[in-house]
Design a protein around this ligand. Structure first.
Ligand SMILES: *[C@@H]1O[C@H](CO)[C@@H](O)[C@H](O)[C@H]1NC(C)=O
Ligand SMILES: *[C@@H]1O[C@H](CO)[C@@H](O)[C@H](O)[C@H]1NC(C)=O
Ligand SMILES: *[C@@H]1O[C@H](CO)[C@@H](O)[C@H](O)[C@H]1NC(C)=O
Ligand SMILES: *[C@@H]1O[C@H](CO)[C@@H](O)[C@H](O)[C@H]1NC(C)=O
Length: 720
């Protein structure tokens, strides 16, 4: 894919140059060089066979190529140098300094027009290893320690800085010189692939459909359009025609996470799983009522059209055959613990038709579930309907999604749909990008006929879907059953709550001159304190894709300043000033995280090095042992231009969510939609006496409203 963008760009420039050389008779720029080249050519023995015109062309090509290589090389390095500056991020909100403006123009010039998905990959800087001082400054500002704990921590930190630290740091520096990102490969392996517990709920996350509109109630038609839209996205991806994500429309983010979106499955192993990516995959795997099907997406050398895919799905829905023994619950293996799955896989699925069928699933472009339940947001019963819908996307029945697949498209019986995505291959914004494309294509560009079918006609002689064959022995079924038991206990424990918060949104928050994300994070702090009567270490995910192969960094969004504000709030003494200070601190931490100056990934890597070296560090153990009892993440809306939020506010994704991260903690995912809507997806565990997602939900709503009140109250006061 990298080659494609390189190649097309090269061809374009090259063609222009040739044309120009041939069309004009004025060679002044190149004349001397050309003469030199033709002299050179004349020296070669083959020159007698080449006409003068031919020599000129060859000369032009050589000069063109040389010039092109030189210009690209220079531009790329200048761009790389420019991009390693992050001062632009520290501009005050809404105003750009002169330096930044000049810098932006330079970046634009070096970027060239119409960048493709991987155009910038070689210009994006590497993530540097930070010095300790910064690391410790942030740890020390942690508000959750009393004086005694703080003293102890300081002692440990100083000791680490003097003794073990520098050695570990040296190894990390070494790694950062040869690895394209010193964090990401370890992060993928240790945080995701080595995890031995279930990935369902604990790691996979989901994305939801439109909230208020469902374009068709026909399950097969919805599947037809969305599968087609996904395949169109894959084609764009293969051709690198997706515009890379760019901050301020200019500063490129790394695109490497897109590479394994399709044709990918996580394959269980005994110590660690691996990601298996196929360079070829022309079918999807479909699950319906206990049966697995393989559906070819190409016929006659072209991609099936929406109505043709609908036809294939209709055939599956009409198929009344019974599941083979063990087939119905088979996917529960991907929902339970990893080790039993790895063993069962090599014991029962490494030969014969079981292997063939498993291959068809794992090597599919992606996985589709035709769910036999109905889900939909029901305004009459909004809490219960959304909670059930969210839970269904997160875990379903535990055996009707293939959790190992890079993503599952789930289409419900009444036409609602959603995604469930595996987490190791990429982070949520990547899946979100695909999902935005699908949602914006589905009702608008592809559309439906009046009676709810996909547009177009069925194909008269399309071969039908292929039913996958399984022969699963009793022992294999027993493993499936015990995986299901583990998964079911986990799924039943999930307390999910989704709130479309529409009292106010980004529009009003911006009027308060606060960053929307900061505002929401502080509201979450206030809500959490009211909910549990205490503060807790808070995780907010931010992107580090300004660096090559960057993934995420943690923003520790519970700060001394947010605590001060919350305490004041609790005593009715809160002021706008306290809120502003807290919001500014949050912005600051967020910027540090984005620009590679966060602490958590660095600490994580230091810890791994210490493990490799067999050294124990009391400091690292202690810093890393505290659980994240509040884990939060904003889903950014990336392609705003795809949606006409002003005219059609209903045609927009309602975001997605993830399961609880700590046993007695909350997970909160939120998406800011247009000016007036924020969707919160809250999760926790029923088994914890400390948490209750619905209670936390009403605390969040109240906190948001109370904080807004503060502005109006203060406005009035200052007006007097
Ligand atoms: C896929 O990879 C295999 C093995 O690396 C190679 O033989 C094959 O040609 C590749 N196919 C495509 C379509 O690139
Ligand atoms: C997936 O398979 C398709 C079809 O064989 C191939 O064209 C494409 O390059 C693969 N996509 C990725 C992202 O590897
Ligand atoms: C599914 O959609 C149908 C048709 O719009 C609707 O009547 C039904 O209530 C929906 N089911 C659920 C569970 O919301
Ligand atoms: C597995 O569970 C299914 C459904 O509950 C049951 O019918 C089957 O007998 C069980 N198989 C084994 C081997 O335990």
């Amino acid at each position: 894919t990298l080659r494609i963008s390189w190649h097309t760009r090269f061809m374009r420039i090259w063609r222009h140059l040739l044309l120009w050389l041939l069309q004009t008779n004025n060679y002044s720029v190149f004349e001397s060089a050309l003469q030199l080249i033709s002299h050179l050519i004349a020296v070669f023995p083959c020159s007698k066979y080449v006409t003068e015109e031919g020599q000129r062309i060859v000369g032009g090509v050589l000069i063109g190529t040389g010039l092109w290589i030189a210009v690209t090389f220079v531009m790329r390095n200048v761009l790389k140098y420019l991009l390693s500056w992050h001062g632009w991020m520290f501009n005050r909100h809404g105003s750009l300094s002169l330096t930044t403006k000049i810098w932006l123009v330079l970046v634009k010039v070096c970027s060239g027009p119409k960048p493709m998905l991987y155009s910038f990959q070689n210009s994006i800087p590497r993530l540097p290893v930070q010095a300790f001082s910064l690391l410790f400054k942030i740890i020390k500002s942690r508000p959750l320690m009393d004086d005694e704990q703080y003293k102890r921590m300081e002692g440990l930190a100083k000791d680490f800085e003097k003794n073990l630290g520098p050695k570990l740091q040296w190894y990390l520096k070494l790694k950062s010189w040869w690895a394209s990102n010193y964090v990401s490969d370890w992060w993928e392996e240790y945080i995701y692939l080595r995890g031995r517990g279930p990935i369902m709920v604990n790691s996979n996350y989901y994305a939801m459909d439109f909230l208020y509109v469902i374009p068709t109630t026909r399950q097969a038609a919805r599947a037809g359009n969305s599968i087609h839209a996904i395949m169109m996205y894959r084609r764009k991806l293969d051709r690198a025609q997706i515009k890379p994500l760019m901050v301020l429309n200019t500063i490129p983010m790394c695109s490497s996470q897109y590479e394994r979106m399709f044709n990918t499955s996580r394959v269980p192993g005994v110590e660690t799983d691996v990601l298996q990516h196929m360079n070829e995959s022309k079918h999807i795997a479909v699950y319906h009522k206990g049966r697995f099907f393989k559906v070819w997406l190409f016929y006659d050398g072209r991609l099936l059209l929406p109505r043709e895919i609908e036809q294939q799905i209709e055939r599956i829905l009409a198929d009344k055959s019974e599941p083979h023994p063990g087939e119905e619950l088979l996917a529960a293996l991907t929902a339970g613990d990893r080790d039993p799955w790895a063993k069962a896989r090599s014991q029962f699925f490494s030969r014969g038709k079981n292997k063939q069928s498993l291959d068809s699933v794992e090597k599919a472009a992606f996985f589709v579930t035709l769910d036999d339940t109905e889900q939909r947001y029901d305004p009459e019963n909004s809490v219960q309907s959304l909670d059930s819908y969210g839970k269904s996307l997160l875990h379903g029945k535990c055996y009707d999604r293939w959790f190992d697949k890079s993503f599952n498209l789930i289409v419900f019986k009444n036409g609602t749909m959603g995604l469930n995505a595996e987490h190791s291959w990429a982070d949520a914004p990547i899946v979100g990008h695909l999902w935005e494309h699908v949602l914006s294509s589905d009702p608008v560009r592809l559309g439906y006929t009046e009676d709810g079918h996909c547009k177009g006609n069925p194909h008269p002689n399309l071969p039908g879907p292929q039913r996958l064959q399984w022969d699963i022995p009793e022992e294999g079924q027993a493993v499936i059953n015990s995986s299901l038991k583990v998964a079911k206990a986990l799924a039943d424990d999930v307390d999910m709550h989704i709130i479309p918060f529409n009292d106010f949104g980004k529009g009003l928050i911006k009027k308060c001159k606060t960053s929307p994300d900061g505002f929401i994070q502080i509201a979450l702090q206030l809500a959490h304190f009211r909910d549990k009567g205490k503060f807790c270490l808070t995780y907010e995910a931010s992107m580090t894709r300004l660096f090559r192969e960057g993934r995420t960094e943690t923003v520790r969004s519970c700060t001394t300043q947010t605590c001060d504000f919350v305490r004041a709030m609790m005593n009715d003494k809160a002021t706008l000033k306290l809120l502003k200070v807290a919001a500014e601190k949050h912005q600051d931490l967020y910027r540090l995280a984005m620009t590679g100056k966060g602490i958590d990934r660095h600490l994580f890597c230091l810890y791994l090095v210490s493990k490799y070296l067999g050294e124990d560090s009391a400091f690292l153990k202690e810093v890393l042992s505290e659980p994240w009892r509040l884990s939060t993440s904003q889903t950014p809306l990336q392609q705003v231009d795809l949606f006409d939020i002003k005219r059609h506010p209903e045609y927009v994704t309602s975001g997605g969510g993830f399961g609880p991260v700590a046993d007695d903690g909350y997970g909160v995912s939120y998406i800011i939609l247009g000016e007036d809507l924020i969707n919160f997806h809250i999760s926790s565990k029923h088994s914890s006496p400390e948490t209750d997602s619905h209670r936390f939900g009403s605390n969040i709503r109240q906190a948001m409203l109370d904080m807004l009140d503060l502005f109006q109250f203060d406005n009035k006061a200052s007006n007097k």
